[in-house]
Design a binder for this molecule. Structure first.
Ligand code: PLP
Length: 411
């Protein structure tokens, strides 16, 4: 008998959006070798690690090379020296009390937002905003929760919460009965953020409907406005209904270094088959201790240095740099009459394509006429059709040049 595969993998859309973009750009560059293509589609940071981080990182590597300071396996949940800094800096000043064992250090919010579904039953109904960071969707498909994709580009077993011009990209509460709700604010890809009042509606909904919110705050550091919560736990009662994901990738340039964390409050409960409440914190702890062996010591030391005064100063400079780019993109595109969202509390600018162009038509037009690459919105879900994502992660010079080229186009 031949080996059987997990057939859920066959339900996944074959081409991941960034592979298709790379393919089209390569083809274009082969045909137009002189075109100076500027990539504004990247979701990766470009500024280097802060010096304060690099210095501590190097010191920790040296420690690993000395017999008396060498460390082997660390705690799977992360070292207390980092967890304590996280609680002291990211939560306590906002009035949020957490115990060390409610914070789990990991090597990425991608893995955590992808793996979290393992601790939940397969028959839970999953709600996602549309457009969405694809990891939430695809990990549930792999697990068997999504079913096949329909003609409308939606996996039939998932509940989609459209975010479009009609609702100003703010998802409405679900009409259906849903169990797990993935929310990401500030949002990738739309760049929008929720105010405290808007997020409180979701927390209340979850409390009233026994749902759980999986809150991805990977872009928290980009929040500029006062009334935008940095953590879902700023909303009263959220600890009973929400898991929060954070990352050092986008605030401190750790995309290639890898460090993140997830908060699973002890109050948070799911239910077993008999209807008895079961705390989720020990389940996630069990999952992590079984399948994960912790983030390397030097990287956790490096992450701790993010919280040093020098580290904080440097990361603020980098974020200010990206947000200056975001402002330039916003201004340039608004000036030529394009409708845009985001870029105020986030490094993403979500553009409504002009003249009813679809996302890929707009992609091809910008590539051909301005040699600028962005990300077609439809790649993030069916409601992303007719939209396009630009990011503020390129250099100031390239951002200005790209905007100057786009500004010369007429739509
Ligand atoms: N969550 C969102 C919404 C993201 O956009 C990204 C990266 O682009 C991640 C998580 C991944 O973060 P990490 O680098 O910590 O895996």
């Amino acid at each position: 008998m031949a080996v059987k595969i997990n057939e859920n993998y066959l339900l996944l859309k074959s081409s991941y959006i960034f592979a298709e973009i790379a393919h089209r750009v390569d083809k274009y560059q082969n045909e137009h070798p002189d075109a100076d293509v500027i990539r504004m589609g990247i979701g990766d940071v470009t500024r280097p690690l802060p010096k304060a981080v690099v210095n501590e990182f190097k010191n920790a590597v040296d420690e690993m090379g000395q017999a008396d300071t060498f460390r082997g396996y660390g705690p799977e949940q992360g070292y207390d020296f980092l967890i304590e800094e996280i609680i002291k800096n990211d939560y306590a000043p906002r009035g949020i009390q957490l115990d060390n064992d409610e914070v789990f250090i990991s090597d990425g919010a991608k893995c955590d937002t992808g793996n979290i579904q393992e601790i939940f039953g397969l028959d839970n109904v999953i709600a996602i905003t549309d457009p969405v960071y694809p990891v939430y969707v695809e990990t549930n498909i792999m697990a068997g929760r999504g079913g096949p994709m329909g003609e409308d580009g939606k996996y039939q077993g998932l509940v989609y919460l459209p975010c479009t011009e009609e609702n100003d990209l703010v998802p409405a509460l679900p009409q259906e009965d849903v169990d797990l709700i993935y929310l990401c604010f500030p949002n990738n890809p739309t760049g929008t953020a929720l105010t405290k009042e808007q997020l409180a509606k979701w927390v209340n909904y979850a409390r009233e409907n026994d749902a759980i919110i999986l809150f991805d705050a990977a872009y928290e550091a980009y929040i500029r406005e006062d009334n935008i919560p940095h953590s879902i736990y700023e909303i009263e009662g959220a600890k009973e209904v929400a898991i929060e994901f954070r990352s050092f990738s986008k605030n401190a340039g750790f995309t290639g270094t890898r460090c993140a964390y997830t908060v699973v409050p002890k109050e948070l409960m799911g239910y077993d088959g008999e209807g008895n409440p079961q705390a989720l914190n020990p389940l996630w702890n069990r999952r992590q201790t079984t399948k994960f062996n912790g983030v390397s010591y030097p990287i956790q030391v490096a992450a701790k240095a993010v919280y040093s005064p020098e580290g904080q100063k440097e990361i603020k400079e980098s974020i200010d740099y990206y947000m200056k780019n975001a402002e330039i993109i916003r201004e340039s595109l608004t000036n030529i009459g394009l409708k845009i969202y985001g870029g105020v509390n986030s490094p993403y600018i979500w553009v409504k394509t002009p003249n009813g162009m679809d996302s890929w038509e707009f992609f091809d037009t910008l590539l051909d006429k301005a040699h600028v690459v962005g990300t077609p919105g439809v790649g993030f879900g069916p409601s992303g059709e007719g939209y396009f994502r630009l990011t503020a992660f390129n250099t100031l010079e390239n951002t200005k040049e790209a905007m100057s080229r786009i500004s010369k186009l007429s739509f």
